[in-house]
Design a binder for this molecule. Sequence first.
Ligand code: ZN
Length: 250
Amino acid sequence: MGRPRITVWNEYLHEVENPVVRAIYPDGIHTEVASAVAEHLDADIRTATLREPEHGLSQEVLDTTDVLFWWGHRAHAEVADEVVERVHRAVLEGMGLVVLHSGHVSKVFQRVLGTSGWLRWREADEKERLWNLEPSHPLLQGIPEQFELEQEEMYGERFDVPTPDELLMISWFQGGEVFRSLCTWRRGHGRVVYFRPGHEAYPTYRHPHVRRILANAAAYAARTVRIERTRPIQVEAFEPVPNPTKDHIG
Ligand code: ZN
């Protein structure tokens, strides 16, 4: 379908309010993710953020998006249910969705997968080692057998998601935990990817292998069909899935 059209969505609050995060990502995480994709993929790329009207995700934007990236953390509750519904329907109709890091408990990810997305977490400047389980998979082109991030937030199992269609990377952390850090699912006609690294306090999205995986994800998840909208999905007012473990958001 020609050059993929990518929309990178970011909550864009930490970078505005926290000088530490702003020093790492002065133009916002969305701009860094967009530049990573552009580095490896010939694509039309734009960004959208929470504070824009309709969070920058009007129907028109989604209708012209082949892959949507999602980074959110502290303001998941502020994302309008109407936009969540719109994104869900777009995925079922063929749009790709790449959910990053703390997006694991975003309304969009919970809605699309139907589970809470909860996990264990710890912020202790730990080393993360990511193991490449499927070197022949398009998402892992150009990625070695394993690579390390010197400092990251720890995410540990159990990660409350449906069993992935494809489990592509496992992370090991210095504290001993492991985590399913690169996973795919099909939902309707859309491809869904979850990629774990990307805590806002570390320059993770400047790491060359992370950047390559972001670009690979854009290429892999890009829409291959457009299914015409028939009727709305019958879902009553959406309530986010509660956290069964009382663990804190990661
Ligand atoms: Zn984090």
